[in-house]
Design a protein around this ligand. Structure first.
Ligand SMILES: [Zn+2]
Length: 298
């Protein structure tokens, strides 16, 4: 139990936008059980004097690639546009190891916690052959160790260059392997209970690195298991051009046809939508994770 005592200023972020002063907050297990003027410390509770502190709910991070924390300063990728940046880094990611993923996850979780983020999603989508069974398990372990509420997404790439995709064939997997590992991760790690510390979502990487059949089958599988769906969409003009050329449709129309709109779907970036597409997203309750720093750079 945790008791936050005599809070100087509490920003509740509730629907009414209430801000309270001089109150106590009691946390039992994973949830806030009481917010009152004065709460006597229950036996064994860890009490923090908050008389000079501002208290607010933890931030939630909707899109991240923890493993990329180790390649933030690689020239010439730093100054490249998305497709060139990816093409440069795929060559490094080919050699991604379990140790690198463990170290980058610890670093990313520590950075998030230090900035007030208490819950994060992550998209791990590069599984070089030989280590693909372990990478998300290693992330789950590291996030638990650091105490971050964690919703890792099982990313995937199935459309290599030989099938008209952007990534080299060496970093893509077969659809059968991806679906098998997705099922394993949901079975082992997904906790559907309220306030769960670990939940799995499924996240084929993008329309230019994933086959249509994998997108459609992933959606069907996720709905059967009651887990959420995530992917990159409408991030750059190059992607719109790729979709028009490959599918004869804009990115959101492609995803809609594959069953990828609804309250159980959230897209990363969502920069290049037109008004009709925004209306469709609103009608269907589809979520968008804007990524301002990355989007500004692109
Ligand atoms: Zn991303």
């Amino acid at each position: 139990m945790l008791l936050l005592k005599d809070i100087y200023h509490l920003a509740t972020m509730n629907d009414a936008g209430d801000r309270l002063a001089g109150v106590d907050v009691l946390v039992e297990g994973n949830s806030i059980s009481r917010v009152e003027a004065s709460i006597d410390p229950p036996h064994g509770a860890h009490v923090i004097d908050c008389s000079s502190m501002l208290v607010l709910p933890g931030f939630v991070n909707l899109h991240h690639h923890f493993y990329q924390t180790l390649q933030r300063n690689v020239p010439p990728a730093q100054n490249q546009k998305l497709f060139d940046w990816l093409t440069t880094l795929y060559n490094i990611w080919e050699g991604l190891s379990v140790d690198a993923v463990r170290a980058s996850t610890r670093l990313a979780c520590a950075e998030l916690l230090l900035t007030g983020c208490t819950m994060a999603s992550d998209q791990m989508y590069v599984f070089p052959s030989g280590v693909h069974e372990e990478l998300i398990d290693v992330e789950v372990e590291a996030a638990r160790e650091l105490g971050l509420r964690f919703h890792p997404t099982r990313g995937s790439m199935s459309r290599g260059r030989s099938q008209g995709g952007l990534p080299p064939d060496s970093v893509v997997q077969t659809e059968a392997d991806i679906l098998k590992d997705s099922a394993r991760l949901v079975e082992h790690h997904h906790d559907p209970e309220p306030f769960a510390m670990t939940r799995i979502a499924l996240a084929p990487c993008s329309p230019f690195s994933v086959t249509d059949s994998l997108m459609a089958e992933t959606a069907e599988f996720a709905r059967d298991k009651g887990v959420l769906l995530h992917t990159h969409l409408a991030e750059t003009a190059d992607e719109t051009e790729y979709c028009l050329k490959t599918y004869g449709k804009r990115p959101l129309a492609v995803m809609k046809e594959l069953g990828w709109v609804g309250r159980d779907v959230w897209f990363a970036h969502g920069v290049h939508f037109d008004s009709d597409e925004l209306a469709l997203l609103a009608e269907t309750g589809t979520g968008i994770a804007h990524c301002p720093t990355s989007n500004m750079r692109l």
